[in-house]
Design a protein around this ligand. Structure first.
Ligand code: ARG
Length: 461
């Protein structure tokens, strides 16, 4: 196939080079955005009388036909035409003849591809934000259902202090909320039109960039043509936001994998989201969580790949920049599918409330409450810490848990403290409910948290 840029060449491209430089096998997914961008550009060329309006009209109709022919399979992409842009232009020429050649007036593939990717990315960001919202709704639902469940809160993977299961779940809500805000913030910088920058210097034609921006739904136009064709910050930002989302999902996965283990048995994952072993009949594996954890690595890889691609590039466009797309597509696909399956897995999960309660027996997770009570009696905290530590050691040696502490005797020691407060030592629920500060794990506070979360989810932005 004759290349649209073939004029100054006397030899055909080497087949290996053709295959090496082609990107159509992945950038074909930009097709709809490429057509939309071209339609807006053609309309502008006609409106500004840079090409005759009737030619612009022919181009627009032709582009719509190219899109439907490619979508229906009537037309096929040709790898010898490098990329989606050249394929569309060539098919357009097949459709409407020589007038198709007017479309590329006042435009370069450099500003064209940057425009396509930005259009694509705005949609991807919106989709990812929706998927985050679905997962957040699932978390709030689970938090609401489990307000009565007290579980061990961990530091260093050791039982630390009792917390509400809802509090633990809501911690992930807020991580995801920041993820969503990061994406929204990144979107502002994606939402800028590069088209009109030409190859790098702008164009001598009297184009109307604002018109194109409006047609394509961009909020602003780029301010510097060199920056516009060289910049891939907006992709790096998106990949960084994706990496953090995956970090959060990976941590959550790790919790779920542990909770699902025989040692914990805190959670029962539904049959529909687990898989069996080909040899061990008893197995029911948490593959979704494991794969989300596993896929985190590749999204980090996508970020590092792009950052490395751009780090040594001189101004402005260099073909290296074609390497921006595969990591971008991979990360967007991976984050979206991970968020999607995570919601499904969490929604059908059942918490083993009885087992969680049993797990707190003899775990000394209320030892801080005991130290606090001694402080209320008047002891300095360090002394109270020491006294409690001594007692924990003794109880531990005798194989006892703090829930067996004879409260009556203890009360003799701490006359200034009322009976109900002392119960925090033997009752994890009382211990959790005592943490009644904003952001604390007391039921009243967790209910407030859920309220606030629902307000966020139900607000329009
Ligand atoms: N396929 C190319 C890319 O993705 C399009 C831009 C080509 N520009 C050029 N000057 N060769 O970057």
């Amino acid at each position: 196939m004759k290349k649209p840029w073939g004029g100054r060449f006397t030899k055909p491209t080497d087949k290996a080079v053709e295959a090496f430089t082609a990107s159509i096998h992945y950038d074909s997914r930009l097709l709809e955005y490429d057509i939309r961008g071209s339609i807006a550009h053609a309309k502008m060329l006609g409106k500004c009388k840079i090409i005759p309006p009737e030619d612009a009209e022919k181009i627009v109709v032709g582009l719509e036909q190219v899109l439907s022919d490619l979508q229906s399979g009537k037309a096929k992409f040709d790898p010898s035409l490098e990329d989606v842009h050249m394929n569309v232009e060539t098919l357009l020429a097949g459709q409407i003849g020589e007038v198709a050649g007017k479309l590329h007036t006042a435009r370069s593939r450099n500003d064209q591809v940057a425009t396509d990717v930005r259009l694509y990315l705005k949609d991807e960001i919106d989709a990812a934000i929706e998927l985050i919202k679905t997962l957040q709704r699932t978390l709030v639902q689970k938090a609401k259902e489990n307000l009565d469940v007290v579980m061990p809160g961990y530091t260093h993977m050791q039982h630390a202090q009792p917390v509400l299961l809802s509090h633990h779940l809501m911690a992930y809500f807020w991580m995801l909320q920041r993820d969503s805000e990061r994406l929204q913030d990144c979107r502002k910088r994606v939402d800028v039109l590069p088209l009109g920058s030409g190859a790098l210097a702008g164009t001598p034609f009297p184009i109307d960039r604002e018109f194109v921006a409006k047609e394509l739904g961009f909020s602003a136009i780029s301010k510097n043509s060199m920056d516009a064709v060289a910049d891939r910050d907006f992709i790096a930002e998106f990949l960084a936001a994706c990496s953090i989302i995956m970090a959060h999902l990976s941590r959550f996965s790790e919790d779920i994998i542990l909770w699902n283990s025989h040692e914990f048995r805190f959670i029962e994952l539904d049959d529909s989201v687990t898989t069996g072993s080909s040899i061990m009949p008893q197995k029911k594996n948490p593959d979704v969580a494991e794969l989300v954890r596993g896929k985190t690595g590749r999204v980090y890889g996508d970020l590092i790949s792009l950052l490395t691609t751009i780090k040594g590039l001189p101004m402005t466009y260099n073909r290296d920049l074609q390497e921006d797309k595969e990591p971008l597509f991979d990360a967007a696909d991976t984050v979206k599918s991970s968020l999607g399956v995570f919601s499904i897995m969490l929604k059908s999960a059942k918490f083993n409330v009885k087992r969680i309660a049993e797990d707190m027996h003899g775990d000394f997770s209320t030892a801080t409450d005991m130290a606090d009570i001694l402080v209320m009696q008047g002891y300095p905290f360090r002394t109270a810490h020491e006294m409690t530590g001594d007692l924990v050691r003794e109880f531990n040696e005798d194989g006892l848990g703090l829930e067996l502490l004879p409260l009556k005797e203890f009360q003799e020691m701490v006359r200034k403290v009322d009976k109900k407060t002392i119960q925090r030592i033997t009752d994890p629920k009382a211990s959790a409910n005592a943490k009644n500060v904003p952001g604390g794990t007391a039921r009243e506070q967790v209910e407030k948290q859920i309220e606030e979360a629902l307000q966020i989810l139900n607000s329009k932005t």
